[in-house]
Design a protein around this ligand. Structure first.
Ligand SMILES: [Zn+2]
Length: 124
């Protein structure tokens, strides 16, 4: 399984509310962070949480937006009201990457296009 040191947890708690951290750790614990990788190196994540499965992108080059999650919390609390730095899915992805707890799945270019199109057209 995974381990997060007390020190790392403490540093997280300075920045993020505890329920958000616990929710993210719970997602990782259930191995619900799936990392999809194409041969060309395109990477995205699918995170299954209590409200369904959401697609997460990190390391984007879209000006001020460097990451994105398709869940309503991200859109309303992070992008619109700016009351949160990130949602639990995004935090789960970042933590999972740090501690190498992602479930990795290769994906074909065509499959990727279909999946992303489906995800993003259902967001708004
Ligand atoms: Zn989210």
């Amino acid at each position: 399984m995974f381990s997060v040191t007390d020190d790392a947890l403490h540093r997280l708690q300075v920045v993020f509310p505890e329920p958000l951290i616990l929710a993210a750790l719970d997602i990782i614990d259930r191995e619900n962070v799936v990392k999809y990788e194409t041969i060309s190196g395109h990477v995205y994540y699918e995170v299954a949480g209590s409200t369904g499965t959401h697609t997460v992108n990190i390391g984007l080059n879209l000006g001020p937006v460097s990451s994105f999650c398709t869940c309503p919390a991200y859109i309303y609390a992070v992008l619109l009201s700016k009351s949160h730095l990130m949602c639990k899915h995004l935090l789960a992805v970042r933590l999972a990457e740090r501690i190498h707890a992602c479930v990795r799945r290769p994906i074909g270019q065509e499959e990727l296009a279909v999946t992303l199109q489906h995800r993003y057209t259902n967001v708004f």
